[in-house]
Design a protein. Structure first.
Length: 418
């Protein structure tokens, strides 16, 4: 969109921004935790004179933004991403997949030729922030162990004892173990897929493996995988693979797929307007409720509403949900949703029973869809890679963000009054 229009409508969301010149060439790509503040900071810089158009792509985590920024820089090769940086060139991640026991390495551009010596090695980047890149890979390593050491003396490296290099290639090099090598190489392929934007595919694989181990009565191994999946899920911040952002024109197709998937699961014919409610409180203090809306899969912020809890004392989330639902549906002048999503399980869904529309819950622990029936509840346990789960996670997380923001605002106002 044009610069003047963009500057007045930028979201306070994480994401990536692209600056284009008068010839519509991308001249700079950057990421931000807050797109509004970050893009506005360029107004009084020399770069601003070259900007004729601004495009922003929202994400909900730095993980998404970092991967997406690197992909877009590699795709467009913006000239100002080079000359506006300091003397350190951007960082690349190298997977030496041509080796029997690959390593994960970090390299500057000048080092790539020496490190990438054979066909099959994979390079990811450039990443503009070395600190963010190291942090990202450290988080991935907590989920999927990998090796960075050269040593191959048969002894486990220091990181093996921390659970960050298992199985250790140093041990495998002197003690051939087909199963161990298979596990290690599988881990490296999973890291490659994550960096390629296929995180949900990796999650799906890990889920299937966990279920297989549980069926085989290998419960300890299944528990380890479950913990890894939970950690991975937190890392991703319940967001799409970054690859879905690369073609913004196709976003509506993605939303349509998500809506159709959810409609099929719930046996509903129309899901044009979906609303979600969330409660935010700490020990009952400054309790707030939020209402967020998706129209045709897109956030519709004109219809966002916030509620300060009036009738409930103490930490009673279910009673607070009942109050917010009652107050929301008192407004006959507001469009009625096709579906109401509650953040929580059976108790929270039961609290919203007064809503005159279909109600479901999304239980956080296992991301189960809770659907009330005439005789109780039906629980849908779906793969985290399902489009319907992505849609519900997105609106649930947006409702949580909006409620928490209002809660913090009220706490801040209260503190200032002292």
């Amino acid at each position: 969109m044009e610069v003047s229009t963009a500057l007045t409508s930028l979201p306070h969301q994480p994401g990536v921004y692209l600056f284009r010149d008068k010839s519509n060439h991308v001249i700079y790509v950057g990421k931000a935790i807050d797109l509004f503040r970050r893009v506005k900071s360029y107004v009084h810089t020399p770069l601003f004179e070259h900007i004729a158009d601004i495009q922003t792509i929202e994400t909900t985590s730095e993980f998404d933004a970092l991967l997406l920024e690197a992909k877009l820089i590699r795709e467009f090769k913006p000239k100002f991403n080079v000359i506006t940086k300091d003397d350190k060139s951007p960082l690349f991640i190298v997977l030496t997949l041509s080796q029997p026991l690959p390593r994960v390495l970090f390299a500057r551009k000048t080092q790539l030729r020496a490190l990438v010596t054979k066909r099959g090695d994979k390079v990811f980047g450039p990443f503009q922030s070395a600190k963010m890149t190291y942090s990202l890979m450290q988080h991935i390593r907590n989920v999927i162990p990998f090796c960075q050491q050269k040593r191959r003396d048969g002894k486990p490296c220091f990181y093996t004892h921390l659970g960050l290099c298992s199985p250790c290639p140093s041990v495998l090099s002197k003690n051939p173990n087909a199963k161990g090598k298979h596990i290690y190489r599988r881990n490296m392929i999973r890291i490659k897929n994550i960096l390629n934007g296929k995180a949900t595919f990796v999650l799906s694989q890990m889920e299937k493996e966990m279920q297989s181990r549980a069926k085989a009565m290998r419960f300890e191994q299944a528990q380890v995988l479950r913990n890894q999946i939970a950690s991975f899920y937190e890392l991703l911040k319940r967001k799409y693979d970054p690859s879905v952002y690369l073609h913004d024109d196709g976003a509506q197709d993605i939303y349509r797929e998500q809506i159709e998937d959810l409609a099929n699961i719930l046996n509903l014919s129309n899901l044009r307007r979906i609303e979600a409610i969330d409660i935010s409180n700490i020990s009952g203090g400054f309790a707030t409720g939020s209402l967020v809306v998706l129209t045709d899969g897109r956030t519709d912020k004109d219809w966002y509403r916030r509620f300060r809890i009036r009738t409930v004392r103490g930490s009673n989330d279910t009673a607070m949900i009942t109050e917010v639902v009652r107050r929301r549906f008192k407004h006959d002048d507001w469009p009625k949703p096709d579906l109401l999503v509650i953040d929580g399980g059976k108790g929270q869904v039961r609290a919203a029973a007064g809503a005159p529309v279909p109600v479901i819950g999304l239980a956080k622990r296992l991301e189960e869809i809770i659907v009330p029936t005439d005789i109780g509840f039906k629980v849908h346990r779906l793969s985290l890679s399902r489009p319907a789960i992505h849609l519900l996670q997105r609106i649930r997380d947006e409702a949580h963000r909006f409620a928490l923001r209002y809660h913090r605002h009220l706490r801040g106002v209260s503190l200032k009054s002292f």
